[in-house]
Design a binder for this molecule. Structure first.
Ligand code: HEC
Ligand code: HEC
Length: 292
């Protein structure tokens, strides 16, 4: 009797293992197909004057748009995450040092990567949040590229990206999108210009990154990754209705909530938001306050 039970349990476990492996193999095959897909885009080139003021604006923009958070303080790349479940996520070296971008990397390549999430040969990048940059103003895109092109070369050779099992599964289920080019409307064009005076409209322009976690309508939702806290509602019907501008500024600069809790930078990148100027934070506050 015991023998029989053991035998059937064994067969049961083996079946589960085989089904699991086949499922995982299928998911990995789908990801490979996604990674090999090529995209057709019509690039509209922009002027990139070699101007010190533009370059210094670019430096500010790579700080507030999160580039530095992933690509490192000197933009020479870094391993963003490394663990068995999520894999090895690596942001490349964007300087012209060893392990960096190739010598012939042109303004077109920069535009393709930042605006469309594509490699030089038109397949999708992974993890890189180009979706947040499709609607940058031309002047800001030009500033970012001008700054990146002016970076001093740093030698930093990094390992290849490895997408771990948990990320493969959540990508397959559509919970997370790993492919930078996938959910972008490639017909969208850069904004002709943006007015940087304090206003709710400027706040809206600046808060694109907040929706990556606080959701499209900024009303919060489930945690973005397993084990993370839930991003709260940050409209006037949520937290922003309860805090004044000074408290809001304190949260974005220090990661300390209105209730005095220290937020972990991995859960909400306050080291990025800390770089916003006073006017930028005031604008975001006005925008969030204008949302019911
Ligand atoms: C969430 C992390 C993250 C942020 C934020 C981010 N990147 Fe990236 N970026 C990546 C990763 C990861 C890759 C490599 C993707 C790959 O190879 O599949 C990448 C690739 C690139 C590439 C392509 C390089 C190549 O080899 O073709 C460029 C250019 C780039 N990023 C520029 C930027 C700029 C400029 C910003 C800010 C406006 C930015 N990135 C913000 C993670 C990020
Ligand atoms: C990577 C995800 C992520 C991004 C991007 C992000 N947040 Fe958050 N935010 C969170 C999470 C998660 C919490 C809750 C943290 C906790 O409870 O520990 C939070 C909390 C907050 C709070 C609550 C503070 C309080 O007093 O309780 C505010 C305000 C806030 N975020 C504003 C913003 C704004 C504005 C942006 C964009 C400029 C932004 N966040 C971008 C994930 C994010």
């Amino acid at each position: 009797m015991l023998c029989k039970i053991l035998k059937w349990t064994g067969i049961g476990i083996a079946c589960l293992l085989v089904t699991g492996l086949l499922g995982y193999w299928y998911i990995s095959y789908q990801l490979k197909k996604q990674l090999e897909k090529t995209y057709q885009v019509t690039l509209r080139l922009i002027q990139i004057p070699d101007d010190p003021a533009l370059i210094s604006r670019g430096k500010h923009l790579v700080a507030i748009r999160g580039c530095v958070e992933c690509h490192g303080e000197n933009m020479a790349g870094k391993v963003i995450i490394e663990n068995p479940a999520l894999g090895k996520l690596v942001a490349p070296n964007l300087t012209r040092g060893k392990g960096g971008i190739p010598e012939h990397y042109t303004a077109t390549d920069w535009l393709k990567a930042i605006q469309h999430g594509l490699r030089s040969y038109n397949t999708s990048l992974t993890i890189m949040p180009s979706k947040e940059y499709v609607q940058l103003a031309q002047q800001d895109m030009a500033a970012i590229i001008a700054y990146c092109q002016s970076l001093p070369p740093v030698d930093n050779s990094l390992p290849d990206i490895q997408i771990g099992p948990v990320l493969r599964v959540v990508n397959y289920l559509g919970k997370v999108n790993l492919l930078s080019a996938e959910d972008i409307d490639h017909k969208l064009q850069l904004l002709p210009e943006v007015n940087t005076q304090v206003s709710a409209a400027y706040g809206k322009y600046l808060s694109v990154m907040c929706s990556a976690c606080h959701r499209e309508n900024l009303k919060g939702g489930d945690p973005v990754l397993p084990g993370f806290p839930s991003p709260p509602n940050i409209t006037s019907s949520g937290i922003i209705g309860k805090v004044n501008e000074a408290q809001f500024m304190k949260t974005l600069r220090t990661g300390i909530t209105h209730q005095g809790k220290q937020i972990n930078n991995e859960h909400m990148p306050w080291k990025v938001t800390a770089n916003f100027s006073d006017d930028e934070i005031k604008s975001i506050y006005l925008y969030l306050l204008s949302l019911e």
